[in-house]
Design a protein around this ligand. Sequence first.
Ligand code: HEC
Length: 165
Amino acid sequence: MTHLRIALTALALALIAGISQSADAGKSANAVKAPKPGSKAYAAMAKAYQASIAPVFEAKCFDCHSAKTHFPWYYRMPLAKSMIDLDIRKARKALDLNDGFPFTGVGTLADHLSALKDIAADGSMPPFRYTMIHWSAKLTKAEREMITAWVDGKLAPPPPPTKKK
Ligand code: HEC
């Protein structure tokens, strides 16, 4: 265990303690309408999610927004454990990505899409306390643009596989 790691962990824990000032649930600056289940737009959105968005979310969001957490080594420390558990509880309550599209968690699909558009715009997810340690979890500009396009129904689903002659 290096000193740097210990210092970063202490800093992260301090920041987790300030967790309540994170995302402001329910008040979206980017309210969007969701496509109706059964519609073409809905099916296209589900397909595009599976093909393009899900891999990003699995890599960068599932530690908190699903049941598939990779727990860090410091999870064994009592204080860290309770803070991480709380983080996951809050994250899954707001938006549970565990079972794919459509998501579960407080609110409607439109609420979830609006909140995703918000975080794609302001870069507030994953939280800084997380990306500080998991550097590669930060969303890239291209990923943020892709999420926005997807929420707006403008991300094309992958083309059907072409038949070989
Ligand atoms: C370190 C844990 C953690 C990670 C990783 C994380 N989140 Fe979150 N997220 C939270 C918590 C905690 C909340 C609930 C915030 C609250 O209640 O104040 C939340 C809330 C949200 C919300 C709802 C905000 C609202 O206004 O309702 C969205 C959308 C979201 N996260 C998207 C993401 C996406 C997308 C990723 C991956 C790119 C991600 N989060 C990664 C912890 C995390």
